[in-house]
Design a protein around this ligand. Structure first.
Ligand SMILES: [Zn+2]
Length: 502
């Protein structure tokens, strides 16, 4: 035994000699490893953020809270990441991190739609107060579907419609039934496959409700109040313009939607002067180029009259079923001409790459167009050259994690493509898309999901939050004010949370 030890010393030297006082020299392997780690970090989207000491303390706290939560769910054998949002929603709500994300200032909500902003339970409770509100109680036909809501003058209701309030009073189970018809749930990840058909039915059921002018005003007042309560200071809506109407005056011109919304915002600003709104004129990908030409003219006319409210143009609807962005190239080629004619610019905010398929090439158009923000961009990761261009052009991808899972593009949220985008230096923001249709309000759930499933830290959270103002359509002076406000709110939040979590 002893001899063996001496042989060892002769061959390799006494193990403690030489390394007792000076630190071990790092091998090239170690040096390269550290360098590569730094190089990767320097490419990431949040590389320019330096945390203050207080933010570092919060970062550690949030890290521990997530660790505790994951250890606990692990212990209970809950397959957290393989469940639908609907299944884990109660778990999220019971978790301390959720409370923190609810109170976190979130900057702007850059991607949401006019039909998906306000809580469904509120919609039912408010609609029933109007004696002229009816619900379709018949079987689906070409015109109406079961559970569709509409306003009619007394005695003039279409066949199959019954008074909403009377129906709710006579059938105690109907309120829940109706709420289920307005919310798109995946009870588990394989509930059904026709997501878009079910999704669009939800919009159809409230589509006749929103243009009724008295309801319209109430709907947006409630929507904006909820956002303010959720610490969202700015919102940009993909807005489908419809002529508002009431029974005294009949139809109003399109611009009434804008002037009414400006009134609503004015009211909100009395108590919350930081709140701001922009509308992105939205039409549909299933229309043809001729119709889009007309839509663009209308959008330009409105923007000329309301340059501070209308920010740009988008085409929505299921990308798999609609026309490609490229098929509208003639329309896009005319944008400069239209800009000259109306004296305003019309940037595009196209939904592109809301798909898992490489055959969907909508994302390719983005780098050639004046399209500062991209809706979803899920399949961007399959087009590396375009990804590089979009990074260099500093365009932002509006990510909506929960929407992407509910509509079947991502099952396990750990594998969301946004993680690839973020680590490749593509700027992103967090959005809720159509929260009321998915059965929730605010932006807290989406931030919770991103933080837990994507292993984010405070640096990443801060960048995502600030991006939502930096890449908003606010003009330079509005943006400056909004960033100042957000910065104050953010520092307050960090301070308060550190006090609370001590
Ligand atoms: Zn959308």
């Amino acid at each position: 035994m002893m001899r063996k030890y001496f042989t060892y010393i002769l061959l390799f030297g006494f193990p403690l000699f030489g390394c007792q006082n000076r630190p071990a020299e790092k091998s090239d392997y170690q040096k390269n490893w550290t360098l590569l780690e730094q190089e990767n970090e320097s490419i990431a989207f949040d590389a320019d953020i330096k945390l203050s000491d207080a933010e570092k303390v919060l970062d550690e706290q949030l890290f521990q809270l997530r660790k505790q939560f994951l250890t606990e769910t692990n212990k209970q054998k809950i397959p957290l990441f393989n469940r639908s949002f609907n299944e884990i929603k109660p778990l999220i709500e019971g978790n301390k991190l959720f409370e923190i994300f609810q109170s976190m200032p979130k900057g702007g909500l850059l991607h949401t739609h006019s039909g998906g902003i306000t809580d469904v339970k509120w919609i039912i409770a408010t609609a029933r107060k109007y004696k002229e509100c009816y619900v379709y109680d018949g079987t689906d036909n070409d015109q109406f579907i079961f559970g569709q809501l509409a306003f009619f003058e007394e005695g003039k209701e279409a066949k199959g419609f019954v008074s909403l309030n009377k129906k709710l009073l006579s059938d105690p189970g109907f309120e829940k039934k109706l709420a289920d018809l307005l919310i798109l749930k995946r009870d588990n990840l394989c509930t059904y496959t026709d997501y878009w058909i079910e999704f669009e039915k939800r919009f159809k059921r409230i589509s006749l409700l929103l243009p009724y002018r008295p309801f319209f005003k109430e709907y947006y007042t409630k929507g904006f109040q909820d956002l303010v309560k959720n610490n969202v200071q700015h919102v940009e809506i993909r807005f489908i313009f419809d002529e508002l109407y009431d029974f005294q005056h009949g139809k109003y011109p399109l611009k009434t939607s804008i002037t009414d919304l400006q009134e609503v915002v004015k009211e909100i600003r009395k108590l919350n002067p930081q709140f701001s709104l922009k509308l992105i004129y939205s039409s549909f990908k299933f229309l043809d180029s001729k119709s889009i030409e007309k839509q663009l003219e209308i959008a330009f006319e409105l923007k000329k009259e309301f340059p501070d409210t209308i920010s740009g143009f988008d085409l929505v609807a299921d990308e798999a079923a609609g026309n490609s962005v490229y098929s509208f190239r003639e329309n896009w080629m005319k944008l400069d001409e239209l800009s000259k004619k109306y004296g305003v610019k019309m940037p595009l905010f196209l939904h592109a790459g809301e798909s898992n398929s490489v055959f969907n090439k909508n994302i390719l158009d983005i780098s050639s167009l004046d399209n500062p923000r991209i809706g979803h961009g899920l399949n961007l990761i399959y087009f590396p050259k375009t990804m590089e261009l979009i990074r260099k052009q500093n365009k932002l991808v509006e990510v909506s994690p929960i929407s992407n899972q509910i509509l079947g593009y991502v099952s396990d949220l750990r594998n969301h493509p946004a993680r690839v985008l973020l680590s490749n230096g593509i700027q992103c923001s967090i959005n809720s898309d159509d929260p009321s249709v998915y059965g929730y309000e605010g932006l807290g759930y989406d931030f919770w999901v991103a933080f837990v499933a994507w292993e984010l830290d405070v640096k990443a959270l801060k960048k995502l939050v600030f991006n939502s103002i930096s890449y908003s359509s606010l003009n330079e002076s509005e943006k400056k004010k909004a960033l100042l406000y957000l910065d104050r709110q953010w520092n307050d939040f960090v301070q308060k949370m550190n006090g609370k979590l001590k």
